[in-house]
Design a protein around this ligand. Structure first.
Ligand SMILES: [Zn+2]
Length: 319
């Protein structure tokens, strides 16, 4: 088993770790990296140094559909004929993105921002808002499925939260964690549109962390940062971090009393930079995280959504 750091141009994350697993039918890659000529050269060159010709790749299993993971999968398939596999929930999102019309997507974004109470620059949808669609997968996976890695047992473990179809992959006492469990940072968990009530991504994420914790102290092979021991301990730590954040947020709503919009609540929460220093795009992501925390608190019966107001507002139960 090998890993190749594939750069993500212009992104503070730096690189995606692409793992290559040997098999009699050719190597299987876990994730592929960002779709960019420099990243492609790094992937091809990195595999070449390991004696792997990209044309021999048997398959690419992507942990989730995000561009820094699935981006190059299509190009690998083009030169090798490899299959691409991902969880069926992310496969459905890929189909959705392929069907997005630029205009409709902008309208959707603008409406989502308006209903969250965004104003000024924050409410303006950037010109290139539509995501670049990743390659469509040839195969879909479900929880517990074995990936087509001849001679070895690579098991898909559904860990929704960061995306609805995020997968971790277990190989003996090692776990490929994608973005689900990273050694130092935590993945973005948001809800889009911000005010939907039919899903609870943060609730899913917390359950997925529990699921990983129950696997025991496996060695984690994440898609960013570095390999680390005891995935269970780190998963428990991340769960604790979000439980604290949920607790703080509920206390802030109680202290405030009056109903607040998602934007007002996001501005009140603590981020790795001051709210005033966040770009409109980062504020949009912060609002997604805030909304995911609000949705989880609401699902737990800890806060309420004020009905019939526009923009949407939230309030502590007892106010
Ligand atoms: Zn991701």
């Amino acid at each position: 088993m090998w890993s190749v750091p594939v750069p993500i141009p212009g992104n503070p994350l730096g690189y995606t770790l692409v793992y290559a697993l040997e098999s009699p039918r050719g190597p299987v890659l876990v994730d592929a990296g960002w779709n960019h000529p420099d990243a492609w050269e790094a992937l091809r060159g990195g595999l070449g140094m390991l004696g792997i010709d990209v044309a021999d790749v048997h398959g690419v299993v992507v942990t989730h559909f995000h561009p820094d993971h699935a981006g190059l999968a299509g190009q690998v398939r083009e030169v090798s004929g490899a299959w691409i596999a991902m969880h069926e929930a992310d496969a459905a999102l890929v189909t959705l993105i392929h069907g997005l019309d630029e205009e409709a997507h902008r309208d959707f974004q603008a409406e989502m921002l308006r209903r969250a109470g965004a104003g000024g620059d924050d409410a303006r949808v950037p010109a290139s808002a539509r995501p670049v669609p990743p390659a469509r997968p040839d195969r879909t996976l479900r929880d517990g499925d074995l990936v087509d890695l001849p001679g070895r047992e690579l098991r898909a473990i559904h860990t929704p939260g960061h995306t609805p179809g995020h997968l971790c992959l277990q190989l003996g006492d090692r776990l490929f964690t994608g973005d689900h469990v990273l050694p130092d940072i935590t993945p973005h968990v948001g809800i889009y549109p911000y005010d939907r009530t039919d899903v609870d991504p943060l609730g899913d994420f917390l359950m997925s962390l529990e699921k990983v914790t129950s696997l025991g102290p496996l060695t984690a092979l994440p898609a960013h940062e570095w390999i680390f021991p005891d995935v269970a301990a780190r998963a428990a730590e991340i769960r604790h971090h979000h439980e604290e954040r949920l607790h703080t947020l509920a206390a802030q709503l109680t202290a405030h009393g009056e109903p607040l919009t998602i934007w007002e609540i996001a501005a009140m929460m603590t981020w790795n930079r001051a709210w005033d220093d966040l770009s409109p795009m980062l504020r949009g992501m912060a609002a997604g995280e805030a909304a995911a925390h609000l949705r989880t608190l609401e699902a737990r019966g800890a806060i309420r959504r004020v009905s019939g107001v526009d923009p949407v507002r939230f309030q502590a139960l007892d106010s």
